[in-house]
Design a protein around this ligand. Sequence first.
Ligand code: SAM
Ligand code: DTB
Ligand code: SF4
Length: 376
Amino acid sequence: MFGAIRHQIRKSSTSAAIRNDWTREQIGKIYHMPLIELVFRAATVHRQFHDPRKIQQCTLLSIKTGGCTEDCKYCSQSSRYSTGVKASRLMKVEDIMEKAHIAKAKGSTRFCMGSAWRDLNGRTRTFKNILEVIKQVRALNMEVCVTLGMLDEHQAKDLKDAGLTAYNHNLDTSPEYYPKIISTRSYDERLNTIDNIRKAGIKVCSGGILGLGEKEQDRIGLIHSLANMPSHPESVPINALVPIPGTPIGDMVKKPVGFHSFLRAIATARICMPKTIIRFSAGRTQFSETEQVMAFMAGANSVFTGEKMLTTPSVTWDQDSQLFHKWGFHNLESFEYDEGAEEPNFTLPPKNRFRPDHAEALKAARPQLEAQGLAM
Ligand code: SAM
Ligand code: DTB
Ligand code: SF4
């Protein structure tokens, strides 16, 4: 019975289709909707494709910190800026595994490892150790993600063979604003790495940062680039800049990104990429609990929880478990959500996750929205 209603709603004008042909104007129109309307629509799409009470907890570990040759103007780990971050070599396999075990015991279902370098070239032994770590983390039955800079096709295949679930490589911002932030690698090189990840059959995790001094049109441009990829990234991290003293952007930007802009970006990403896991990533400590929950309502369904992000503080497991308990969220299990599934694979009973009357309300409001130029 419920299946039939949902089918009907999906076919109606209010249901979200998976599209890769968005124009910037269309995305801009969504982004600029009255905020209450935008959040409501995003929440409606979210409930069509996801269990709104499930949030995935991921834990990050910087396995090779600092001393990076690149010039990303926001980053604590670039050797070009004096940020106080000490450069270190790759952590030992057993030390990394100790952190992975802790993350699993605390409830995280995805373990993400980052290294501060441009690419893997000339790092044969290091790469071997990373492949070994990937095998061991997968053996814990956790999702495993790495972010190791640029990749070629062979490296991507080796990562896939080791059992890698996903690879994180962000576009960071719009193509036009990007050269103001990074000069040592181009937007096209980033897209090329993403292509190599995709071709190897690894899930793509790609998103960006808000608060780099970009304009709203750049946030829209970032979502446009992501939502028009041949397949949407399975995961889109949205980071709020963590200003790092000593970096050009950290010293220039006086005000962190406002919550309302952040919320608009989350909601717009949810509407444009309905099946994607949207990760509320860096900067979560800047926002109140209620603001975070508003972002979860608008479609964010993953967080980083743990002792640390890469080099900056993180929301802790204790803080998240209190938030989850208070608001009725549950952790998404490893591999529980299959974005390739025809129908969402929910564990909550239908009546708790999707309200046909929401879609009906949207339908009834359509003439009014059309009159305001807000119909999608
Ligand atoms: N070195 C690799 C690379 O850049 O591809 C991987 C690590 S890098 C730190 C991963 C991502 O973290 C960056 O692309 C950026 O989006 C995000 N990030 C880094 N520093 C940040 C900061 N201060 N605030 C918010 N996000 C940040
Ligand atoms: C992503 O988009 N955000 C994470 C993860 N991918 C690797 C990294 C955030 C880093 C925040 C700044 C720091 O801790 O150094
Ligand atoms: Fe290096 Fe990655 Fe930081 Fe850029 S974001 S400076 S590539 S660690």
